[in-house]
Structure formats: structure tokens, C-alpha cells
Design a protein around this ligand. Structure first.
Ligand SMILES: [Zn+2]
Length: 246
């Protein structure tokens, strides 16, 4: 009799352990994406900030309603560094991580380039318009850890040499200069403070959106969209923020 009870107990324990393991496994497998079940309207389940934050990105920029740039946010970027960069498909985008990416200067503060990645259409819109593609160049201040993202818009036109290198080398390492992406004209941009556009949607991110777009050929845009076509978060409310421009 005692033996039987013990056996029953151990079976119960075993079942509990198994179901605990199964639910843990399921929660690990649940991952954010751009679809219906785990897409942007569900991102709050992955990080509360995505739903509750009031300084979120991307946003729509009304070009006629911007403020004059505060010089405390001036951006300088011209730092040619050619080196090796790893190109990966991380499940959300094509991401490029250079060994030494160079840096930008924001009114005397240095931010290092950590990585850049692409969205199949631009996430920020200008007067409601989406660009064909966008590159987000993610920089970080090594002292304060604050992030600054420089967005380079792409419109359809001539083939882009760096983009060609990247889309043909997904999964390997290439030699490139991240600054080759950046248009020669970087003196004009929009600036505001927002967030990461993917979970955890962390705020206090400095956004710099270069006004001058780069070009990519129709074939390149098509090629990129074989990987990612709809990896854009919908635009978020501005709330109490304003956009500066120069
Ligand atoms: Zn991005």
C-alpha cells in the first residue's frame, strides 16, 4: 500500500515537472515578430515599454511643422573606416556588425557605431510617405550607454555598391566602409528623441534622419524584400515631443 502511494506520488511529481518544462519551453519559443499573433500590437507582452511608453518610435514627420535645430544636437559624421563586417539574418532583419565601425560626434559627445540593419520600407514617414527602404545605423555612447540611430533612407534609382555587397553575402563576412552608405550631404536632418523600434522598445534614443536619401536599384530592393518585406513598426504618437530640423 505504501509502495503504491509512493509510486502515485512520484508519477504526479513527474507529470508536474514535465508540464512545467513544457510551459517554460513554450514561453521561450514565443517570440515577437511582425505577424498577426506576435506583431507590433502584441509587443507589450514582450516589453511593457512597447505599449506604455509615450516617447516611442517610429513617428510621422510633418516637414512643415518642425522646429529650428537646437545646436546642442548637432551631428557630425565623416569617419572613413574600411574593415571586416559580419552580415547576418537575425530573424528580424539583415544586420551588419563591423569590427570597427567608426563613430559620430553629437555636439562633442562620441557615439560608436555598433551595427546597422535594414527595413523593407522606411519606418519613419515624412508627410505620411514611406521610403523604399531604410538603413538604421545604431550608435552608442561608450560612457553613458545612450543610443543614437542615424537613419539613411533609400529611394529607387541607381544600384548601391555597398548594399550589393551586403545582400550577396548574408551569412558571411565582408570588407566594407559603413560610411559608404551615408550620402555625401549630411548637413540636413530631422532630430527627435524616441525609442528602439523593436522590443524592448527602450526610450531615450537620439534619432537622426538624414534628409538626403540614398539610391538602390529596383532589383536590389526586390532582392532584400525576399528576406524582409514588412519589418516596419507602425508610426507612434508624438505626444509631447517635437521634431527639430535643419
Ligand atoms: Zn531598425
Amino acid at each position: 500500500m505504501i509502495k503504491k502511494t509512493l509510486l502515485a506520488l512520484s508519477i504526479t511529481t513527474l507529470t508536474m515537472t514535465t508540464s512545467l518544462y513544457a510551459s517554460e519551453k513554450a514561453s521561450h519559443e514565443k517570440h515577437w515578430d511582425y505577424g498577426t499573433n506576435n506583431g507590433p500590437t502584441h509587443w507589450e507582452e514582450f516589453s511593457g515599454t512597447c505599449g506604455k511608453g509615450i516617447h516611442q518610435s517610429p513617428v510621422n514627420i510633418l516637414a512643415g511643422k518642425t522646429l529650428k535645430m537646437n545646436h546642442a544636437y548637432d551631428l557630425t559624421m565623416h569617419d572613413d573606416i574600411t574593415g571586416l563586417a559580419k552580415v547576418i539574418d537575425n530573424g528580424h532583419s539583415i544586420k551588419v556588425t563591423p569590427e570597427h565601425g567608426g563613430h559620430i560626434n553629437l555636439h562633442g559627445e562620441i557615439f560608436d557605431l555598433l551595427q546597422f540593419h535594414f527595413h523593407g520600407k522606411s519606418e519613419h514617414t515624412i508627410d505620411g510617405k514611406r521610403f523604399e527602404m531604410v538603413a538604421h545605423m545604431v550608435h552608442q555612447n561608450p560612457k553613458t550607454k545612450q543610443l543614437a540611430v542615424v537613419a539613411v533612407f533609400f529611394e529607387e534609382g541607381e544600384a548601391n555598391k555597398v548594399l550589393e555587397k551586403i545582400i550577396n553575402n548574408i551569412g558571411s563576412t565582408v570588407q566594407l566602409d559603413p560610411q559608404d552608405f551615408v550620402p555625401l550631404e549630411t548637413a540636413h536632418y530631422y532630430h527627435y528623441v524616441g525609442s528602439l523600434t523593436t522590443p524592448p522598445c527602450s526610450e531615450n534614443v537620439q534619432w537622426y534622419l538624414l534628409k538626403k536619401p540614398q539610391e538602390a536599384s529596383a532589383e536590389q530592393i526586390k532582392h532584400f524584400r525576399k528576406f524582409y518585406v514588412d519589418n516596419e513598426r507602425p508610426v507612434q504618437e508624438l505626444h509631447d515631443r517635437f521634431i527639430e530640423a535643419n
